[in-house]
Ligand binder design. Structure first.
Ligand code: EPU
Length: 429
């Protein structure tokens, strides 16, 4: 079993470079299915989720070539069969994007029901609503979702909930439909804008991405392209919060400060110094952390994907903070682990009450999902003593070389391999 071992209470100093955005990459890679040519995608993050989605496409017949560490070439012309039933598909939420992309190209798709991090019910009703508005029908059989349509015809789609995935899937299905589609109450996350820019660079006609009303004029074909993915907003935010929790002075490079505004605002409210530059952001923390209330919201609100990390920081703030999770039903599974480290947090439904403690104390803990794992890393950096984190596979799904990046700014963090314990079971008495 692999674990992270963190010797806490080392201040962080120096520079750290943010990788390409995971949630943009996992949408843009399947979107290449819609292209008739070669797509060269730059600033690809080197993380397991990207490897998995690229393998899924390769298994379906696509040409995939990792040109260098951050550049991926994809040519999907040899995909003949719009069916994705591999085991990997079930374990990855973003594999639902195969539905929209395959439907858009073949007017038919069959994909294993998507899984992903477990923090409550993860329905796809709004994705299906988008497809149906365009004229498709759907069924679910043997764990596979099937969608098909003779023709896809542009339509007005109103999303009942603001959903990143459903917005992306509706764009993918509509981009080559006949006529014009509008998506109202669309999600506005930076990776939605990035996906629209990628598709437009291939000849799509999408406007309004980044607002709650997106207009897509269908086009007949999409060419190949060269495209650079935006920096990862959540990875950047995680390093910002890590610097605040451990203390020190860190310059986080390759960021879009505008994407980080909600995180910056909260850190400033907590008494942390944050300075924005063109494509970098500096976080300095010398004094105490002030309590602060946080409510997660769709973009441009405070991102749910930063909720566990900010809670870890608030656990050492002066006073009591309230964190309200308004996007997911059950995203507080990590709280028990923080409490094992001496945090004083109680949860009631979608609200966590965090009574700040003077310091966290190291403990063996387990990551329950990607951002929960990031929160435990942050807690470990701030805690007194040596923290070990199990189930780091979740963390490595979404953070490129987190050990190397944190070590480069002075953290004492190592990835170690520990043989699984052989437990001898006593004979029944
Ligand atoms: N929802 C529905 N019906 C649907 C779709 C969603 O009711 O058809 C609900 C969900 O249950 C949830 C809310 O809408 O309560 C928002 O879900 P959304 O569809 O926006 O989430 P997602 O597309 O499945 C993406 C990110 C998540 C991030 C959420 C919210 C990717 C691959 N995943 O998920 O990222 O938490 O948006 O911002 O983009 C992560 O990176 O750690 C991560 C989990």
């Amino acid at each position: 079993m692999e674990k992270f071992v963190i010797e806490g209470q080392r201040k962080l100093y120096g520079e750290v470079k943010v990788s390409g955005a995971k949630n943009a990459a996992v949408a843009i890679i399947p979107a290449a299915i819609l292209s008739d040519g070669l797509c060269r995608i730059e600033n690809i993050p080197n993380i397991n989720d990207v490897t998995i989605i690229a393998h899924i496409l390769e298994d379906m017949g696509a040409y995939i070539n990792m040109v260098d560490k951050t550049t991926l070439e994809i040519d999907t012309k040899n995909i003949k069969n719009p069916i994705a039933e591999y085991d990997a598909v079930r374990h990855m939420r973003a594999s639902s994007y195969l539905l929209g992309a395959l439907l858009g190209r073949f007017h038919r798709a069959e994909v294993s029901l998507p899984g992903g991090c477990d923090f409550g019910v993860r329905p796809i009703d709004q994705h299906l609503k988008g497809f149906m508005a365009l004229g498709a029908s759907h069924s679910v059989e043997g764990g596979m979702v099937q969608v098909s349509s003779q023709r896809l015809i542009g339509a007005d789609i109103y999303m009942d909930v603001v959903s990143v995935g459903a917005t992306i899937n509706s764009i993918l299905a509509a981009v080559k439909a006949e006529g014009t589609t509008t998506i109202e109450n669309a999600a506005k996350e930076p990776h939605i804008v990035d996906l629209a820019n990628f598709l437009n660079s291939m000849g799509a006609d999408i406007s309004g991405a980044g607002t709650d009303s997106i207009k897509i004029k269908g086009v007949k074909s999409l060419s190949g392209t060269t495209y650079t993915i935006i920096p990862d907003q959540i990875e950047a935010g995680t390093y910002m919060v890590a610097a605040a929790a451990a203390g020190g002075d860190v310059l986080i490079k390759n960021v879009i400060p505008k994407h980080l505004e909600s995180i910056t605002a909260k850190l400033i409210e907590m008494g942390v110094t944050v300075k924005e530059y063109d494509d970098s952001i500096r976080v300095v923390r010398t004094g105490a952390i002030n309590k602060c209330n946080v409510k997660t919201m769709p973009h441009p609100g405070f991102p749910t994907d930063m909720q566990p990390q900010i809670a870890a920081l608030l656990s050492i703030a002066n006073g009591t903070s309230i964190v309200n999770e308004s996007v997911w039903d059950n995203r507080f599974k990590y709280i028990d682990e923080l409490n094992r480290m001496g945090a004083k947090i109680s949860v009631d439904g979608k609200v966590a009450v965090i009574e700040g403690v003077p310091e966290l104390l190291a403990a063996p803990v387990k990551a329950s999902d990607l951002r929960a794992g990031a929160a435990l890393v942050i807690a470990g950096l701030a805690a007194r003593g040596t923290t070990t984190i199990e189930d780091i596979k979740y963390i490595e799904r979404g953070y490129e070389d987190i050990v190397g990046k944190l070590s480069s700014i002075g953290a004492n963090i190592k990835k170690v391999y520990v043989p699984d314990e052989v437990v001898s079971i006593p004979k029944a008495l």
